[in-house]
Design a protein around this ligand. Structure first.
Ligand code: PEP
Ligand code: MN
Length: 355
């Protein structure tokens, strides 16, 4: 990190950035009214800090030791206004730093009628963002892979339904990109791009999604530790995109665990991650448990743990859902969950009387 002095001129800032580029490194500028901070991105072996310290306008340089630097709390502490980091605005919805946000919708978009019905129910229940999978990651090559796996026209049509449902019910929309080749198309239609757990390690996909500049929901791989999770989120940030919403969705269960819950919801990761990064973290209790009867309690627990939001699979008729019916709640159940979570959030953040 290069910290510019409060008197540094525009030219001096530009000069430092040009010098970073000349050394074939990337510069990440955070400009404040009084002070600017420049992150140097690249192979650490090539960075000579004393060289930068000697440039005019530079106050000091600082090495952030963690592998996730641009998304670290340490980085935001250097900026003038740490509070502005960590709030991601998607249309009218603010994720992070306040009331939890609710993302709901079907695991997979099945047809237009299904999607509109669920969107209406999710909106009435109080959800603010609509989800719907079009390119589905599936464990079996013989399962329904989502409408996106058909022709390009079919993928476009399904994406346009998602957009239409979002516009009709005034909800930003999110869908998953399973591969690099889908990003440009998806980015035309949705407000947030999801990177699924199985793709957490795909550096090329992360680079590409980073370059779109669009908000990203980035899911933790079920075998990834917290440091690894954050280190891979950094691949999105180094492309200049810090609109990253982290998502805890459960890790591999031990022993006979799998016969009770699909994954093990690692809720301690929520406050632990909040200590490391200013990025908001949400929780997906649906994939974490695989069980509709556990979604209510795990949602409440996630909000109590400090989650900035929840992503909950919702279907008007779970028994007939093509994908993940057993873990999908109905819109009525969703309403109960959202109401309870909002009460819990209020209780936790209640100001003592007289303050
Ligand atoms: C999903 O949210 O649709 C999904 C497939 O989740 P995950 O990547 O966490 O398994
Ligand atoms: Mn699902």
């Amino acid at each position: 990190m290069i910290i510019m002095s409060s008197e540094a001129t525009k030219e001096q800032i530009e000069n430092v950035i040009n010098e970073i580029k000349r050394l074939r490194l990337k510069a990440d500028l955070s400009r404040g009214d009084f002070r600017s901070v420049i992150g140097v991105v690249g192979d650490e072996r090539k960075i000579d800090f004393s060289h930068f310290e000697a440039l005019p306008g530079v106050k000091e340089t600082l090495r952030i030791e963690t592998p996730y630097k641009l998304i670290s709390r340490e980085f935001s502490r250097l900026s003038e206004d740490p509070a502005k980091h960590g709030v991601i605005e998607v249309r009218d919805v603010k994720i992070g730093g306040g009331e939890p946000v609710f993302i709901a919708g079907p695991c997979a978009v099945e047809n237009k009628g299904q999607l509109l019905k669920i969107a209406e129910g999710a909106k009435k229940a109080g959800a603010q963002i609509l989800r719907g999978g079009i390119f589905k990651p599936r464990s079996s090559a013989y399962s329904f892979q989502g409408l996106g796996s058909g022709s390009q026209e079919e993928a476009q049509e399904a994406l346009s339904w998602l957009r239409e449902a979002g516009d009709k019910y005034e909800m930003p929309v999110i869908t998953e990109a399973r591969g690099e080749s889908q990003i440009d198309l998806i980015a035309e239609y949705v407000d947030i791009i999801q990177i699924g757990a199985r793709n957490m390690y795909d550096q090329d996909l992360l680079g590409k999604v980073g370059r779109t500049g669009k908000p990203v929901v980035f899911k933790r791989h079920f075998g990834a530790g917290i440091e690894e999770f954050l280190s891979f989120a950094e691949y999105i940030a180094v492309e200049g995109n810090r609109n990253i919403i982290l998502c805890e969705r459960g890790i591999i269960p031990i022993g006979k665990g799998k016969s009770f819950t699909r994954y093990t919801l690692d809720l301690a990761s929520v406050p632990a991650i909040e200590k490391e990064t200013y990025l908001p973290i949400i929780v997906d209790p649906s994939h974490a448990t695989g069980r509709r009867d556990l979604i209510f309690s795990m949602s409440c627990a996630a909000v109590a743990a400090g989650a900035s939001g929840l992503m909950i699979e919702t279907h008007h008729n779970p028994a007939e859902a093509l994908v993940d019916g057993p873990q999908s709640v109905t819109p009525d159940e969703l309403k109960d969950i959202i109401d309870a979570c909002r009460r819990i959030y209020k209780e936790i953040h209640r100001k003592p009387a007289g303050k």
